[in-house]
Design a protein around this ligand. Structure first.
Ligand SMILES: [Zn+2]
Length: 272
């Protein structure tokens, strides 16, 4: 069994603030340790369920967060950025399952450290009129490749967001969101236990799980936090300006849509 793990940091137990998540944050190194340990717990669960090939994609910010020297020896680590498929780079149709560790709710919804790809520029992303965050957009990449997304860990509200799109997904809740920067966390040792067990359950039932798909063509609308970002993005004629804050494009290939979203965010982030 070939397993793909996409690991973010905002949904890790013990992480609640930008001081944990930003590269120069005073508590970032501790958050990186907690993230590495939760990923290792997911790997342990996958091995117990029979996985014999495991790739971990470091999917947060610099994408250089997980400590390679602390990573479980049975997994390979995809590090660094840019990557064409960002949080889903390296996934192919040959994988049997996708698991998300340390994920968070989408921009505009409650939940610890909620945002969608870039808290600086993105207000909302819609696909065929459905609001989507990183969970949904990334699960669509897996689904487009016919790989089921079977597991996610994070806060209680992320579990709701995930179940709304994939009712049968195995969710592990490692913290209860109180505000955007406050949460009631389980201890790191308990989060590791929950993630290991949840991963094992998710992968033992993998044959009964279907990939998360949406019918194309995909009409994607990206709403920015201010008009200046849309001004910059619409320079590329892929993006049609539909209102002061929003650009739109349509495409039948979800992997191309995902790359257009990533490209728009890179352009917007270049605005001073
Ligand atoms: Zn992140």
């Amino acid at each position: 069994m070939k397993v793909y793990i996409s690991a973010d940091i905002e949904g890790v137990a013990g992480v609640v603030h930008a001081e944990h998540t930003l590269r120069d944050g005073k508590e970032h190194d501790n958050a990186r340790e907690l993230m590495t340990e939760e990923v290792n717990a997911c790997i342990e669960g996958a091995l117990a369920a029979g996985a014999d090939e495991i790739v971990v994609n470091d999917s947060h910010g610099t994408m250089r967060n997980i400590y390679p020297n602390r990573l479980h020896s049975k997994a390979k680590l995809l590090m660094g950025t840019p990557k064409k498929l960002a949080m889903m780079e390296g996934l192919t149709a040959e994988y049997d399952a996708v698991l998300f560790v340390g994920y968070h709710t989408r921009a505009g919804k409650n939940g610890i450290l909620n945002h969608t790809f870039s808290g600086k520029v993105i207000k909302n992303i819609r696909v065929n009129a459905i609001d989507m965050g990183e969970f949904g957009l990334n699960a669509l990449v897996a689904g487009y490749l016919n790989v089921p997304t079977v597991f996610v860990s994070g806060c209680n509200l992320l579990a709701e967001e995930a179940h709304a799109l994939i009712p049968k997904i195995e969710t592990v809740i490692v913290k209860e969101s109180i505000s955007r920067t406050a949460a009631l966390n389980v201890s790191p040792s308990e989060s590791k236990r929950l993630i290991e067990q949840g991963t094992k359950r998710a992968l033992e039932g993998v044959s009964g799980k279907t990939p998360f798909k949406m019918e194309g063509p995909y009409i994607v609308e990206i709403e920015f936090l201010n008009t200046g970002y849309a001004d910059a993005v619409e320079i590329v004629p892929v993006y049609e300006r539909i209102d002061p804050l929003t650009v739109r494009f349509t495409n039948n290939n979800w992997l191309h849509c995902y790359r257009f979203i990533r490209g728009a965010i890179m352009i917007a982030n270049s605005v001073q």
